[in-house]
Design a protein around this ligand. Structure first.
Ligand code: NFE
Ligand code: MG
Length: 523
């Protein structure tokens, strides 16, 4: 039978503009293309500027993970300036990054991914007195014309509706659904607390102003520590008592996603520095293909653009990288470049961190992952899947909330930042783990100015198009074999892609000019 093209365009409930093209044959995906539909050009904006401007400008790449870009850039400048961060600066960066991870992971599960599984219409059965849930009930009631308990017609837009409709698409148990919807609402308050944690040491959120090369400008006063800690305790309680249970409930309702969205080659730059030399991490650094851990060697990283809308050149290391758009390039189908490590496409993100840490012997990670999988009588290989990504995020939240107390205790009265001089020439590399995975910034300084700046971002790794050899990117590959029960409602494909938590704002750094987004008349 000939294959049928199934398009998800745009893929909603992600950050930025992504479309997915799938070839479906006999009810399964046989080929896929991941298309990043926007161009931003941050790397070009930076050229010719003072190097220390980079750290503030790159944070604007994204509102979800600005802390990561700010820190990757600070580290990149430190490398070029030949300095290290102060100890308190490292600890404050970990606390800022930890708070941002919590914000991002809770956002992803509740506000982006959960509605692929949770039945929002179950709220119509709600009989309790929570005013927010009553408001959602009234809203959903107005959006559906409900006849004899059956949804007949969708009438209005989201955030909850319309959605993909089909038999068995959503959790059936009414109580589980209502509990998860209550979690969705509570998660909004909790995310506000995580932003307050960032603001405590960052001055503001989401784009903190205190991160600089050499460390952090904020003093860890008793008042700021108290503020951070009190919000941390509420977030910790939410993670342990609510978030974990909802991930397990989704996995129990859709266990087949332990077999779907699978991928098997991973990269982690190492997350949350335990020392100022970046040698020891809370979540280990390395690569993993199969069970064989490998040491990281960033000289093996190249960005390839045969299928990306950029001027063709050879496969370039980021220090030599270029970002020259070629919107009409023949054969190109995405604005996302294709990063490769030794020619290999690698998954980055929470799952990559957890499996690299697991195979590096990280005891806490081993015990948390084994405990979570025990709910399903499954072994670690099952985690290399769509559900494994959701599980990895909640495991990270559990461990990060716990670790934040220790970082707070380690703060002392020493300085928070080291000083620097901007050299006439230099090169720098700044590696960090962002919530969505391995993030690297590279700079070349000439005449005290930025001669080149390249960011190779997590979503660029996993949402990459085919590379120079025609090999698919991780999301494209993970989609192969996904059953699509109804080509007009391809929820299964959306679940697989969303499990990666794509952020296209990060991955591509101006929307294509030939696309009409909308027409407005202003009176
Ligand atoms: Ni815009 Fe980001 C994260 C970075 S993703 S969210 O996490 O770096 O590619
Ligand atoms: Mg880039």
């Amino acid at each position: 039978m000939a294959s049928q093209k199934v398009l998800i365009d745009p893929l909603t409930r992600i950050e930025g503009h992504l479309s997915i093209e799938m070839d479906v044959q006999d009810g399964k995906v046989v080929d896929a293309k991941c298309r990043g539909d926007m161009y931003r050009g941050f790397e070009s904006i930076l050229q010719g500027r003072n190097p220390v401007d980079a750290q503030q400008i790159v944070m604007r790449i994204c509102g979800v993970c600005p802390v990561s870009h700010g820190q990757a850039s600070s580290k990149c400048l430190e490398d070029a300036f030949k300095i290290k961060p102060a100890k308190n600066g490292r600890l404050l960066r970990n606390l800022l990054l930890g708070a941002n991870f919590l914000q991002s992971h809770i956002l992803h599960f509740y506000h982006l991914a959960a509605l692929d599984f949770v039945d929002i219409t179950a709220i119509l059965q709600y009989k309790g007195s929570d005013s927010v849930l009553i408001r959602i009930k009234d809203w959903v009631n107005n959006e559906f014309k409900v006849k004899k308990g059956r949804v007949d017609e969708l009438t209005a837009a989201g955030p909850f509706l319309p959605r993909y409709e089909g038999k068995d698409f959503y959790i059936k148990d009414v109580a589980t659904n209502i509990d998860a919807i209550a979690g969705y609402v509570r998660a909004l308050d909790i995310r506000q607390k995580t932003h307050q944690m960032v603001a405590a040491f960052g001055g503001r959120a989401p784009h903190p102003i205190s991160m600089v090369p050499g460390g952090v400008t904020t003093e860890p006063t008793r008042e700021r520590i108290k503020n951070f800690k009190s919000n941390l305790k509420d977030v910790e309680k939410f993670v342990n008592e609510i978030y974990v249970g909802h991930v397990v409930a989704v996995a129990k309702a859709f266990p087949e996603y332990f077999k779907l969205g699978r991928y098997d080659s991973f990269l982690s730059y190492g997350a949350f520095d335990k020392d100022e030399d970046r040698k020891d991490f809370m979540f280990e650094q390395g690569l993993l293909s199969g069970k064989k851990p490998e040491k990281l060697d960033t000289s093996k990283i190249r960005e390839q653009v045969r299928y990306a809308r950029y001027r063709s050149g050879s496969s370039l290391h980021p220090l030599k990288g270029e970002t020259v758009g070629d919107p009409n390039k023949a054969g190109a189908y995405s604005w996302v470049k294709a990063p490769r490590y030794d020619d290999r496409p690698l998954e980055v993100g929470p799952l990559a961190r957890i499996v690299v840490a697991y195979h590096s012997g990280n005891k806490q990670v081993k015990s948390e992952l084994n405990a979570l999988l025990k709910n399903f009588n499954l072994e670690v290989p099952s985690a290399l899947s769509a559900l494994g990504r959701h599980a990895s995020r909640v495991i990270e939240c559990k461990l990060i909330t716990k670790q934040c107390h220790e970082w707070l205790d380690e703060l002392d009265s020493g300085k928070t930042r080291n000083s620097y001089d901007i050299p006439e020439t230099g090169e720098g590399e700044g590696l960090i783990e962002a919530p969505r995975g391995a993030l690297g910034h590279w700079i070349v300084v000439k005449d005290h100015k930025i001669a080149n700046y390249q960011a190779v971002v997590p979503t660029t790794w996993f949402c990459s198009p085919r590379d120079d050899k025609g090999v698919r990117g991780p999301v494209e590959q993970a989609l192969i074999g996904t059953p699509i029960s109804d080509p007009n409602n391809p929820i299964e494909g959306a679940r697989v892609v969303r499990s990666f938590d794509p952020c296209l704002a990060c991955a591509i750094h101006v929307v294509e000019g030939d696309r009409e987004i909308g027409k407005f008349r202003v009176c």
